[in-house]
Design a protein around this ligand. Structure first.
Ligand SMILES: Cc1cc2nc3c(=O)[nH]c(=O)nc-3n(C[C@H](O)[C@H](O)[C@H](O)COP(=O)(O)OP(=O)(O)OC[C@H]3O[C@@H](n4cnc5c(N)ncnc54)[C@H](O)[C@@H]3O)c2cc1C
Length: 371
């Protein structure tokens, strides 16, 4: 069994763990990253990175080449009656296969000098580091980036959470040319489908619902507009499931251990901001580790998540509750696309909620009442 000593040990090599390892290396600390699995590690995901995600990655020195995925200009909401689109106020997003994104982050981590250990088997906390059946890593700081069902969180006694909501996601890729330059969200009575063009000939479709048994084929039957688009298209990946959990932890650190990414709490998949939050948390955590004060990370973590949690709550109340209300809201937004544009700008942090007041609220209100 090998044993090594580092400044920082990161458990989990998903987007959060890799971003954290790169961020910490920017301060010259030595970092080892351990993951029980071996790349390429896939995960059910909408695979969309909004412009704020790309900016957060750029701050870590990571630029995604355009040809690695497919650029999209904004978001489009579609239901049986309405369709409304908005462009991002500045820049584009990129839709990218999870496995491709992971490979690019691995290469960036290697260039930064992170020691990467894959296939370690499940990693557990120890007194002065972590260990698996295969290795022991001693480190001054431990970062738990081991995903939604984090073992590290559990072992550190940080499981207490404030809010919880669970939905079920299934995703699959289809060989079909993108029919739009937007990332689209189709709203149905039982589910939503997120549709991202991950290349010039491939679309990722992820369905989210509260029904654990609702698989893609059945879900698509309730979304005829989308079903027509992909009818006959060849599936090029297997259907993969994942939980979408809304969870706010009471605390994200203890002693010299901090949690990051989905391990540190998560937002509903409808926001498309899970990875973005991880990248921003990574930078904040690296700063806190450098200053030796993880309480600063706690404050930043709370601040970073608050807008995304508010938008998720708004989407849930407005669009998921009753079909009639959702149809009326979407129809009103379609008549006032400027309001939808403002909401998208708020969602990605380009504007604040107050920017909607009073004009946007009155515009939307009059469209809603006259509908
Ligand atoms: C259906 C769906 C759609 C989504 N769409 C989007 C989207 O479009 N855009 C977006 O930004 N976000 C999206 N998200 C959210 C996004 O997928 C997550 O926020 C993101 O994957 C979190 O990354 P992570 O690194 O924290 O966790 P993960 O990606 O889960 O990585 C955790 C890593 O830890 C490893 N690991 C776990 N336990 C251990 C252990 N004990 N020891 C060692 N290694 C371990 C795993 O092998 C894995 O590699 C979506 C989520 C869902 C469910």
């Amino acid at each position: 069994m090998t044993e090594s000593v580092y400044d920082v040990c990161v458990v989990g090599g998903g987007p959060a763990g890799l971003a954290a390892a790169i961020a910490v290396r920017q301060y010259g600390l030595t970092v080892i990253l351990l993951d029980r699995a071996i790349p390429p590690i896939d995960k059910a995901c909408g695979e969309g990175l909004m412009p704020d995600s790309l900016r957060a990655l750029a701050q870590l020195g990571v630029t995604l080449p355009t040809q690695a995925g497919f650029n999209f200009r904004g978001i489009r909401f579609v239901d049986d009656h309405s369709c409304v689109s908005a462009d991002f106020p500045n820049g584009t997003g990129i839709a990218i296969r999870r496995t491709v994104l992971q490979q690019l982050l691995i290469e960036a981590a290697e260039r930064a000098g992170v020691a990467l250990r894959w296939g370690t088997g499940t990693v557990h906390l120890q007194k002065s580091g972590v260990a698996s059946d295969k290795l022991i890593a001693r480190a001054r700081w431990i970062v738990g980036a081991d995903g939604l069902n984090s073992q590290i969180r559990h072992q550190a006694g940080l499981d207490r959470c404030r809010v919880e909501r669970t939905r079920y996601g299934f995703r699959r890729h289809f060989r079909v040319a993108p029919w739009s330059s937007y990332m689209e969200v189709y709203w149905g009575a039982r589910c939503q489908a997120y549709v991202s063009p991950v290349s010039g000939e491939e679309m990722c479709i992820a369905v989210i619902s509260q029904d654990p048994k609702l698989r893609l084929t059945e879900a698509l039957a309730g979304l005829p507009q989308l079903e027509r688009r992909i009818r006959g298209a060849q599936p090029v990946s297997r259907e993969m499931g994942a939980l979408s959990v809304t969870r706010k932890l009471r605390r994200v650190h203890r002693d010299r251990l901090a949690l990051l990414g989905d391990a540190s709490g998560s937002v509903d998949a409808v926001t498309g901001e899970g990875m973005c939050l991880s990248f921003k948390q990574a930078a904040a955590l690296a700063r806190a580790i450098r200053s030796g004060d993880l309480e600063k990370y706690q404050e930043e973590h709370n601040r970073l998540g608050s807008r995304t949690h508010s938008m998720a709550a708004l989407l849930r109340v407005a669009l998921e509750s009753q079909t009639g209300l959702r149809q009326r809201i979407l129809a009103s937004l379609a008549r006032r696309p400027r309001v939808f544009e403002s909401l998208l700008a708020i969602h990605i942090g380009e504007r604040g909620f107050l920017d909607l007041w009073p004009r946007g609220v009155f515009e939307f209100g009059s469209a809603f009442l006259s509908g």
